[in-house]
Design a protein around this ligand. Structure first.
Ligand code: ADP
Length: 485
């Protein structure tokens, strides 16, 4: 275990396999860095391909027993885990802020959101239904039932280290599946502490196994190729999602993919501009812009574009940048050097192609992975900030005249996760919502995520849905039994 400042409990740093915390079989560890200064926060066991096979062994061994557990029991485990998470919320928030860098208000919001998935799926666990059908010709009866899909491989990213895991583990446990978790190498500590909470909540040994590793490629590929694995659920980049889908084909794995986005944020002339700026602050700056749902590009109708840009720049420019765990900080560092270098490259390239920075736009000197809140105007449609997923505190603004022209721009991307629309005309908002190629649309809202709603994308943003009534379906298979009467 390791002691993290501000976190009362010692945080596990080993692998969790079959209910036992252990060192990596090859004895290796890797460093988890504090993004505010680049110092080493913890050393975590570096799982190997042998370790992940041992985790699949444990998950496969625990499966028959867990699949047969009464739904009410599984529900109560999740309910208990929800209560522990809420009770220890501040500890989790500080841990996430420490390893991810996010500002404490963002970390607290994530923890609440993460815990809600356990509460929601505690309620779903006892509502897995089936039905009884009469054949059209009479005589034959069909009984339809749902069974747990089996051993699941859950691969998660660093941007929401708790929520991206609870929205996979919640439905997996509710459905009666067992899992092998591969957390992101930048943020394994949250996943490890979360696994400890699940054990405290009564989740049996082997139901949740966690294998952190620096060698994601081989460790994940080994688990994907294991014939006992039946499902993969992945949240991360489209690039890695495509690799996993190809690997999934070999074992015909049930696949859920939450991949990249390039969310348009649309402000119509008839919008309540102050509400649009509030919404933009949420859509853009929640989690420092490190969210697949982050507003990536802004389309503002010409008549209100200057005023919107000015108001947004004033709000973004007034944010307090600093170490995420410091009180009063509203924007922490980005997670790692690679991420801040990417944001810097995208802004430079966008400015070179003709855009102007109204606020921010320059990477500061010194330690830590900081980037200032940045608003860019006069942004050409083909600039890097419009076409690439920036994953940082950068708001590029372009203008539009007609809805048709704007829709063509908004839909001109291979991604389709979420879109935001601000207008006082609900019919116009709904017309746009229907025409936008995305899995989710927020009308006069800057945040759409909700454990009770089916989160997910179209096009290259993913396959499947997480949360809502749909979420548990990803962890169930349908079986029917047919018999004559
Ligand atoms: P991000 O852009 O958010 O870092 P990635 O897609 O690189 O997203 O990472 C998301 C998760 O996928 C992490 O847990 C990471 O370790 C894992 N990962 C990265 N590359 C591979 C790979 N080639 N095969 C399997 N998993 C991978």
């Amino acid at each position: 275990t390791v002691t993290v400042p501000g976190v009362e409990s010692p945080v596990p740093t080993g692998l969790l396999v079959g209910g036992e915390w252990r060192a990596a079989s090859a004895g290796g560890t890797f460093d988890v860095l504090d993004p505010a200064d680049g110092s080493v926060l913890a050393q975590v066991a570096d799982g190997t391909t042998d370790d992940v096979t041992a985790a699949v062994d444990a998950a496969a061994a625990a499966l028959p027993g867990f699949a047969a557990t009464a739904p009410r029991k599984r529900s109560e485990m999740l309910r208990k885990a929800f209560e522990i998470l809420v009770e220890r919320g501040e500890e989790f928030a500080r841990l996430m802020s420490a390893e991810n860098g996010k500002a404490l208000p963002d970390a607290r919001a994530e923890l609440t959101y993460a815990a809600e998935f356990f509460r929601w799926f505690a309620e779903e666990a006892v509502r897995i239904d089936g039905d009884y059908r009469v054949a059209p010709a009479g005589g034959t009866r069909t009984v339809v039932t749902h069974q747990p899909v089996g051993v699941c491989l859950l691969v998660t990213p660093w941007n929401f280290p708790a929520a991206m895991l609870t929205r996979k583990l919640g439905p997996a446990i509710a459905a009666g599946c067992t899992s092998v978790v591969k957390p992101a190498e930048d943020t394994p500590l949250t996943a490890l502490l979360l696994a400890q909470v699940l054990a405290e909540a009564g989740v049996p040994d082997g139901v949740v196994n966690v294998v952190p590793t620096m060698n994601a490629e081989d460790v994940v590929a080994t688990a994907m190729a294991d014939p006992r694995t039946r499902k993969v659920s992945f949240t991360g980049s489209t690039e890695v999602g495509k690799i996993l889908l190809k690997q999934a084909a070999d074992q015909v794995l049930v696949s859920s993919m939450e991949l990249g986005g390039n969310a348009p944020f649309i402000v119509c002339e008839d919008a309540d501009l102050d509400a649009a700026v509030d919404g933009a602050m949420l859509a853009k700056m929640r989690n420092g812009g490190e969210a697949c749902t982050a507003a990536n590009r802004f389309y503002v109708q010409a008549g209100v574009a200057a005023e919107f840009a000015e108001k947004l720049a004033a709000r973004m420019g007034a944010m307090t940048v600093g170490r995420g765990t410091d009180e009063g900080v509203t924007l922490g560092p980005l997670v790692n050097e690679e991420t801040v270098a990417k944001v810097d490259r995208i802004v430079r390239s966008t400015v070179e192609s003709g855009a102007h920075a109204v606020t921010g736009g320059t990477r500061p000197e010194g330690a830590g992975f900081f980037y200032p809140p940045t608003v860019l105007v006069d942004v050409p449609a083909d600039a890097a900030a419009m076409t690439e997923e920036t994953f940082g505190p950068v708001a590029p603004i372009a203008t539009f005249d007609t809805d048709e022209q704007m829709l063509a721009l908004a839909n001109s991307t291979p991604f389709g996760l979420v879109a935001y629309v601000y207008t006082r005309d609900l019919a116009r908002g709904l017309r746009l919502a229907e025409a936008l190629e995305s899995g989710m649309v927020g009308i006069n809202r800057g945040v759409v995520s909700d454990p009770a709603a089916p989160f997910g994308g179209v096009k290259q943003s993913g396959l499947g849905r997480e949360g809502g009534h749909e979420g548990i379906g990803e962890y169930l298979t349908t079986k029917y039994v047919s018999f004559p009467l």
